[in-house]
Design a protein around this ligand. Structure first.
Ligand code: NAP
Length: 300
């Protein structure tokens, strides 16, 4: 297929881009700087420099492609997570960027659109499994993802085949926050947000990239993309400490994170998410069954 990729230089995109090329797809990728264009070219794809917010420029760039994959996003750095201001750029990309991408894909007659979203938009379900049938929670930090999903639905309503991938928490080399957590764990500090018995659903970046590939031929719809065994925060922290090979001296902030309210709720709510729908609809399955195996990839 001829695939146009945005966010191809990011955490998930930098795994998806080479995976798409290896699978024999002809890939064009959005770049923002000449340096990133060189990075894209070196991996066998064709870079184009365009604004994510310019529908006309995107329509021309998308022309002749079979699929568009939108992985552009801009999460604030971990230390800015609590700042409303730091989230504005991310929200703009998710709300306005995804609208421009979906509109341009429709105008250019692109048959498939794959849009990144997150499984952190579900409400807390305790120990209950969460499927795509569960309603999402409209809390402030989820607004960008909910808008991006709505834009994909509009693209499908206009005749395209739109697929939303609700990824779990990224884990593994290339995911900035997990690299930071691993480095701290080596220094005996294990970050654990929220109650110890709350569930966290994660996904290794290489499995996320494989899901992007599988999504190109999946029927239109919304799919959770997480590993097979979501862990409780307690077990997730133990897996991190075990992979780092350092006994934890400090573990937290735990329940104290709840004091930050909706600003941290995506990390504190209990999310035991199921990928059964995506597994049964496509030939995808995660190579890393849980965060235990995913964290170990940092140890090599
Ligand atoms: N599900 C999850 O757990 C999840 C989801 C998203 C992010 N994260 C984590 O958060 C960390 C930071 O994420 P991130 O989203 O900031 O970075 P990222 O995933 O590393 O990069 C996002 C991608 O979007 C591109 N981009 C950013 N702003 C853009 C714009 N205005 N126009 C077009 N493209 C744009 C970036 O391009 P450039 O390379 O040019 O900057 C990059 O290719 C990641 O390392 C990841 O671990 C986790």
């Amino acid at each position: 297929m001829k695939v146009f990729l945005t966010g191809g230089t990011g955490a998930i995109g930098s795994h998806a881009l080479p995976a798409l090329v290896r699978a024999g797809h002809e890939v064009t990728a959005l770049a923002r700087t000449p340096e990133k264009a060189d990075w894209i070219r070196a991996r066998g794809a064709t870079p184009v420099i365009r604004s994510l917010f310019d529908i006309d420029a995107l329509t021309t760039a998308f022309d002749g492609h079979d699929a568009v994959v939108n992985l552009a996003t801009a999460l604030p750095a971990t230390w800015q997570w609590l700042s409303q201001r730091a989230w504005r750029r991310c929200t703009r990309i998710r709300v306005e960027g995804s609208a421009a991408v979906a509109a341009a894909a429709t105008k250019a007659g692109v048959a498939h659109l794959v849009q990144e979203s997150v499984s952190m938009i579900y409400p807390d379900h305790g120990a209950q499994w969460i499927t795509e049938e569960s309603p999402v929670d409209h809390y402030p930090r989820a607004a960008g993802n909910i808008a991006a999903e709505a834009n994909t639905a509009r693209y499908t309503a206009a005749g395209g085949s739109g697929v939303v991938l609700r990824f779990g928490v990224f884990c593994g080399p290339g995911a900035a926050h997990s690299a930071e957590m691993f480095a701290l764990a080596r220094r005996h500090v294990v970050i654990m947000t929220g109650p110890p018995n709350a569930y966290i659903s994660s996904i290794h970046l290489t499995d996320g990239a494989a899901a992007v590939l599988a999504a190109l031929t999946a029927p239109a719809g919304t799919y959770n993309v997480v590993d097979d065994e979501p862990l409780t925060h307690r077990d997730y922290a133990a897996a991190l400490a075990g992979a780092a090979g350092a006994r934890p001296w400090l573990r937290g902030p735990g329940r104290a994170t709840l004091l930050a309210g909706h600003r941290m709720t995506s990390t504190t709510r209990s999310l035991r998410v199921s990928s059964v729908l995506f597994r049964s609809t496509t030939d995808w399955s995660p190579g890393f069954p849980s965060a235990r195996e995913a964290w170990r990839t940092f140890a090599h």
